[in-house]
Design a protein around this ligand. Sequence first.
Ligand SMILES: [Zn+2]
Length: 451
Amino acid sequence: MIAYMPTIYPDELVYSWFCRYYVHSGCFSHKMALQELYCKKSDYLSKEFIGNLNKEAMEQIDKIYSLDRLVLDHTMYPQYARFIPLTEKKEALYRLGRDSCDVHHLFPVLPRNDGERYLRFCPACVKEDRETYGEAYWHRKHQIRNMRICTKHKCRLMESNVPAKSAQGFTFCSAENYTHDREVVSENDASVIQYMEYLVSVFESMIDFDSDIPISSILYDGMSRTKYLKPSGRSRYTKMLAEDISGFYENMGVCNIVSVYQIQRILLGSLSEFSAICQIAFFLGMKPKELTASSLTAEKIKQERDSHYMRNTAPVDWEMLDQETAPVLEKFVRAVYDGTVNENGRPERVSEKLVYREMNLLGHQLENMPRCKDIMERYAESYPESWARKIIWAYQKLKENGEPFCWTDIRKISGVKKKHFQVVIPYLAEYADAGIVDQIMKLIYDNKEII
Ligand SMILES: [Zn+2]
């Protein structure tokens, strides 16, 4: 039962709101507060979204703020779902408020780069918030991918030591306790400020739930005013566009620049990732409104569709595609393997099916790409091997948590079924030292609590 929910602040993350709830509610432990809000013991706090709320919490919260409004105004939904097709956008809005689904099934979520791994804050906003509200809070806008400045104060954002991923989130880290006084460093690069303001402007604009204009058509229209599209409209100069974009953002010091392969996928309508699309559109000189409230005619949309046919008939340059894809694939596959890409932080077995789906590859494409194939082979493992890694991961996580636990906790968090234990045992020693294996074996056979 939730005792009392504080008022949510403008642009505040739901996570931040829950952190303040924890601080003000007088809950004795993180675990207790977590249980009041969430369904299962294994649920974690979602930093960017709402998470798996239990029925009572959901009903109580829905009475104060509608779940749809919370998702729209207080989660990172306007970033991740901005450019996905309309039906998927509606489904994501519904499910983020009421479901415990894995967000990777709803929209593309790229692995995080340096500078994106921790929650960020603006020291000037912290000061202001303390004066206005009596406490600091986590702002959504500061967490947009690639965001480096506070557009309100034109100063650099600072990184906290609170991971932005939801993984290690058993603890409520309120901004008040995790943003320390820091010097305000102003940003003087006009082009950086302009680009960051562009991102915020796209992020903040209303989401169109009526029309369904593909982002590929919108960008095609933007390109038609540039040298990157032949006047006939049939050929895109994607490689030249990618090189020019790369130079442009390198000068600005932006990390994580969109690759030629990503540009190709976006222009063909198979990728709809926010920061990549914003990079292309800003570079092409398109106005935020063109992206968020497009008024393209049906004829223009058809024109773009028809141009795909022309493009698809061109032979694929496998060598280039392989070279472009390999580094992205490597990063993604590693993140699946060690769990950093997964919302709950759990290591997973790298399956071809998952890679094809998440990387938006076409059937059997990997077979023509030796570098990529090689990466897949390096990460290949049997099910028992992956179960062993999951069990060790769960053990270490519970150990870090510092509270007593038993075998059932490991089973729940690792997701490994009881009937598989026997086949897993020989593999444990491959991934952990003898001491840990010993402890895990004791748990399995004696079912004693570990403290
Ligand atoms: Zn600020």
